[in-house]
Structure formats: C-alpha cells, structure tokens
Design a protein around this ligand. Structure first.
Ligand code: FE2
Length: 412
C-alpha cells in the first residue's frame, strides 16, 4: 500500500484520524512525519533516586554506577525507527551450544552440593536450596541446564548475585540478548530491568481493575530468528506479600491435547510477533508494525527430546495455513490449555528466607509461558535484573515423543 498523498488540511486531518498519527504537519505540499514520536528517549532516565534500598545496596557492592541516572537505555539514535531496522537487529543465525546435552543425567555435582532439592509440583518447578548461583562450576551449570529443560523452571532463594556474574552465566547458556530499546543496568546492556516503578513513571498506569501488559501470559522474545532459551530473572527487591509469578508447562500442555489435535498441530507453523512496534519505511502513515517470524507451533526440545506446545496469548498472532477465523478460535483454545490447567502450572513466591538477599528463577522459554501477578499494586517495591540467553533455531522432529510418552505415563 502506498502512502496517502494528502494535500489539503482536510485530507491531512482525515489521514490523521485514519492512521492515529498526531504528528503530521502540512509543510507546503509535503507531509512530514515525526518518526521519533512514541520512541523512547534513550540514554539515562532520572529515576535513580527511586531505587529501593536492597537494589542500591547490591549495586553499591558490585560497582554499578547509578550517578548518571537510572535505568539506562540505548541512545535514541540507535533505537530502530523502521521495522526493517528491527528485523536487521538479529536476522542471521549464530552458533549455539546446548549446555544441557552433555550433562550427567543424575546431576550428581549439582544435587550433591545442594542441601535440598525440592520439586514444587509434579510436572513443573524445582527449588534448589543451599547453593549460590555465582559459585557454580561449569559441570554444575550444565546439570542445571538439563534440570531446567526437564523441570521447565528452577528457583534459588537467598542469592548474593552480582549483575556481572548473572551476565556471565547467561553468556554460558547462549547468546545474551541485547535489546534494541529496553532499559538495562547502567553499563551492562545485556541485563534488562524489571521494575514496575519505572513503568509507572513512564506512563504505565495499571490499576486493580486494569492490569496492563505485565499481567498477560507470555513467553520472552519469541519473534527472534533464534528465540529465547533460558531466561534468568533475579529479583533483588521483593514485596513482603504477593508479587508471585506463575509458569505453565508447554510439554504438559501438549500432553493435554487429544491425539487427533496433536497430529493436526504437529508440523504446523505460527507467526510470532515482537512486543515493540516500528514504522514501515514504505508506508509510515499507516501505523506501526511488529517484527514477525514463523516458528513451529510444536517444538522438539533439543535436550529432553520431548514435544512442547510453543505459543502464547501475547505474541502468537496466527497459525500459518488456516483461515483467520479458524486460527483465532483454535489459538484461543490452546492459550486456555496453558492458562486454565492448574496441574501444569507452578506459582512461586519470591520471598527470600534471609533479609538482604535476592531470589533467582531460571526458566526455559522453549517449553513454557509465564505471567507476573501484580497484586501488590506497586504499594511495595519490586525490582529485578533479567538476562535472556537466545538459543537454537526452533525445530520439530516428527519422530519425537511427548513428555508423558517418553516417561511411560498414562496418556488417558
Ligand atoms: Fe517475561
């Protein structure tokens, strides 16, 4: 579609209404679009004084400088304006090493060093007690990668974790995602910030009745060419009550489907979209577009070999090959399988047992989706640092089995 060629004020006003752009000016007969409109300012934000005390203490201990401002974003000049620039951020494949593949299946080095290994539910979620993430050996890191692949999400309370060590662990697990516009720890672009106070300060006005995007089921970075594998969120400031997160298992969601529906979905692809949107260079007046990439809707996990349903409400747009109406109805059903089946979910409260320490969760985005609960309503601070390791190119192996098939569990 070519850009509209409005030449009169009336036509310009009409195109304003049609495109929701409120930044077109009549400069003679030209239309200028302010392409920075809606774009983050970039650089440092002036919110360092709002940082909660535990975050400040952690940053001080590990030499993170917040004197220029907090948090930091890429410079505005480097933030993509056009969708083709956003596609180009990571359009090429990269070599990925699957750390869980060579790990000891019994995980003796990891479990042997822990004081307790606690499975939180039957199908998803394990807490490891008595280990510091920043002191793990490579052998223990490999075993942890295997455990995350099997249990979907693994938790560590009472962590004294430097941002630098968090980043290093993420680099071990894949290519650390450097977001083209999300805010990060000053000086460390690979560590993004999860901080509701920042969202509030920048215009996200959630309420008890209207919880915005923070309360939507999603999987991190599904629109990438090689999407997210392990995400490691370390919350260094945690509400006294509430602020839990829920994860749901993609393995178990697949096992919930009938063999007929499983067969229908096996080998199908869907379109996955980015969270942020950008102008189309050839059609800037027609609203912003998201990055879109196709991936298999059923993935075979490279470590466990189990099939997993790979979709989520926030970022899976449509199933390839179906009519729009068919895709909508089927996706709605499949989102519900993740969201409504409590037996395939784990709800985790982040509170540490020791004051001044933080809690980490490491989950495998290839086999899960998650949702953060905003019941504390920003009346108490919550702050975390997040490192996401991009992983393999998603693939579907027609010979692979589901989790329950592989484990010999009942399929009824
Ligand atoms: Fe997330």
């Amino acid at each position: 579609m070519s850009p509209p060629t409005a030449t009169t004020t009336d036509e310009i006003i009409h195109s304003l209404k049609a495109t929701n752009l409120n930044n077109i000016a009549d400069e003679g007969k030209e239309i200028l679009v302010d392409l920075t409109k809606g774009k983050p300012a970039g650089g440092y934000s002036p919110f360092a004084h709002l940082l909660p005390a535990p975050t400040l203490a952690r940053y001080k201990k590990y030499g993170i400088d917040t004197s220029k401002g907090y948090p930091e974003a890429p410079p505005q000049s480097e933030i993509p304006t056009f969708v083709d620039e956003a596609y180009a951020v990571r359009s090429e494949g990269f070599l990925y090493v699957e750390r869980g593949k060579n790990a000891d299946p019994e995980k003796k080095a990891l479990f042997g060093a822990a004081t307790e290994v606690r499975h939180l539910t039957k199908h998803i979620g394990t807490e490891i007690v008595g280990l510091q993430l920043q002191a793990l050996t490579d052998q223990q890191r490999d075993e942890l990668a295997l455990l995350i692949a099997e249990r979907v999400v693994v938790f560590f309370r009472d962590q004294d974790l430097s941002p630098q060590k968090q980043l290093e662990l993420g680099e071990y697990y894949g290519q650390v995602e450097k977001h083209p516009q999300a805010v990060h720890v000053p000086g460390l672009p690979g560590i993004t910030i999860i901080w509701p106070e920042y969202y509030y300060q920048t215009g996200v006005k959630n309420s008890f009745k209207r919880i915005g995007y923070t309360g939507v089921w999603h999987t991190d970075l599904v629109h990438e060419h090689q999407p997210a594998g392990i995400t490691h969120l370390h919350n260094d400031t945690i509400p006294e009550v509430g602020g839990d997160t829920v994860w749901s298992s993609g393995y178990a969601a697949y096992d919930k489907l009938s063999p007929a529906l499983q067969k229908f979905l096996d080998g199908k692809k869907a379109v996955y979209v980015s969270a942020h949107s950008y102008f189309d260079r050839n059609d800037p007046l027609n609203g912003k577009k998201r990055v879109e990439r196709e991936h298999p809707i059923v993935r075979t996990h490279p470590v466990t070999g189990w099939k997993s349903l790979y979709l989520n409400r926030a970022m899976t747009d449509r199933i390839v090959g179906l009519e729009p109406g068919e895709s909508k109805v089927l996706l709605e059903y499949l989102f519900g399988v993740f969201e409504k089946n409590l037996d395939i979910q784990v709800r985790f409260n982040w509170k540490p047992t020791k004051k001044g320490l933080g809690t980490s969760a490491l989950w495998d985005n290839r086999v899960s989706q998650h949702n953060a609960i905003w019941d504390y309503e920003n009346t108490e601070p919550r702050h975390g640092t997040r490192v996401t390791s991009l992983a393999d190119l998603p693939h579907f192996d027609p010979e692979s089995k589901s989790q329950r098939q592989s484990l010999g569990l009942s399929l009824d």
